[in-house]
Design a protein. Sequence first.
Length: 230
Amino acid sequence: MPPKIIIPLIIIAFVTIAVLSYYLGKKQRILRSLSKLKAKEILQFRTNEPTKVTGKVLHVHEPFVAPLSKRKCVAFQFKIQQKQHTGKNSYWKTLLDEKNIQDFFVESKGEVLMLKPSTNPTNFKIYLEEDKNVSSGFLKDPTPEFQTLLSAYNINSTDVFSFNKTIRYTERILEVGETVTVGGIATWKAVDTTINGYSYSKIASLESNDNQKIIITDLPAARVQKRKKL
C-alpha cells in the first residue's frame, strides 16, 4: 500500500481511538447517565421516579480523613504508583489502590436527602475529580508529608543505591461541605437517625434498582442548573 494512503489511515486510526477513549471514559459515561435523569427539588421527589439533584455534602457518621490532605470526607479514592522500566518502555505499577465510601446526606435549599451507597453488592457509580497529587523521583525528594504516608504503608521511597524512586500519589475525595450531584430512584423513608435541623418523620432518599444505579459526582459539568426567573 502506498505511503500516501498508509499515513492518512494511521492518523484516522489514532483519532478514532482518542475519540472513543474520551467518549467511553468513566467521566463521560457518568455525565451521560446523569443527563438522562430529570432534575427535581427534594420536596418534589415522587416515589420510584428516576431523578437527580445538586447540593452540599453532609456527613451521617464520623467522616473519613483523607490520607494526605487530611480533609474530612465521606468518600475517598487514592492511589500510589511507581514508575517501572522494561527495556525501552516504561509504565506505572500500582502499589496501592484504596477507596471507601459511607452513607451521607445531601442538603439542597434547606431540605435533606440520604444516600446509602453499598459496595457489596455495588449499587452506585462514582466519579470524583482529582484533589491532590504529589510525586518524588530523581533529584526530587518526597515531602515530609508524602514520606510519612509512604512509610505508613511500608513503601520505600529509595532503591538499594539510596536513589529516589519515581513514585506518584493521587487523591480524590468527596469532602464534607462540598457540592455534589447525585442521581437515582427517588423514595421516601421513615427517619431512624437524628439529623440536626431536621424534624420531619420522613426523609427523601435516592436508591438503585435493576436498571438504575445511584450516581455520585463532584464534576461541575454535572451540576443541576438553576432555573432563571421570568
